[in-house]
Design a protein around this ligand. Structure first.
Ligand code: FES
Ligand code: FES
Length: 212
């Protein structure tokens, strides 16, 4: 991200955390102020993302979460809003190949980043192996948590491949591996109110090609 944007973001985050309306803050080059009729000034900022392989530029309120940018501005509604507080994982997407809770991250923090949502992982007729495994193993019921579960599972297996440590591997004093216990631990931020966990594990086991 560019320096101008970093400077502006810090100002915005500070203002947002204090619960102050974004008025009168320093704006980066390219940012503009909008004054709705009879209303308060609303600052917008330009953010450029590559979303599912497509370059997208948005002029948005800098307080917009990445989740809202995807769902409300880009109409990519596959990523779900469960809690909006980082507690359920329904909003999980991949940013630069790493899984994040998109409800906890401001879109402007990702200027220049590559974002992959469930819509970009695969498509009908050419599903990502994790999507296909979820279908095969009935790894969902209502499906609300499923996009987040799938994006998280894809990111999780990449973390294991890259040797990113986990609590369970550290506790057992061993290298990260795609065991059932470790996959469960690493997926503990993705909740499923329908309780499809055992089927989700079956799907992940198939893609990982391992058994505990
Ligand atoms: Fe983001 Fe629940 S909606 S963690
Ligand atoms: Fe319903 Fe997970 S399938 S919440």
């Amino acid at each position: 991200m560019g320096g101008d944007l970093d400077f502006s973001r810090r100002g915005v985050i500070g203002a947002g955390m204090a619960g102050v309306a974004v008025t009168g803050i320093g704006l980066a080059d390219g940012a503009e102020a909008q004054r709705p009729a009879g209303g308060q000034t609303t600052a917008t900022m330009s953010v450029s993302l590559t979303v599912n392989g497509q370059a997208r530029t948005l002029d948005i309120d800098p307080r917009t979460s990445l989740l809202d940018a995807l769902r409300e501005h880009l109409k990519l509604t596959g990523s779900k809003k469960g809690c909006d507080h980082g507690q359920c994982g329904a909003c999980t997407v991949l940013v630069e190949g790493r899984r994040i809770n998109s409800c906890l991250s401001l879109a402007v923090m990702h200027d220049g980043d590559e974002v992959t949502t469930i819509e970009g992982l695969g498509r009908p007729g050419a599903l990502h192996p994790m999507q296909a495994a979820f279908v095969k193993h009935d790894a969902f019921q209502c499906g609300y948590c499923t996009p987040g579960q799938i994006c998280s599972a894809v990111g999780m297996l990449e973390e294991i491949k890259a040797g990113v440590p986990s609590h369970i591997a550290t506790d057992l004093n061993r290298k990260p591996g795609a065991t059932v216990d470790e996959m469960r631990e690493r997926m503990s931020g993705n909740l499923c109110r329908c309780g499809a966990y055992s089927n989700i594990v079956e799907a992940m086991v198939e893609v990982a090609g391992t058994r505990a």
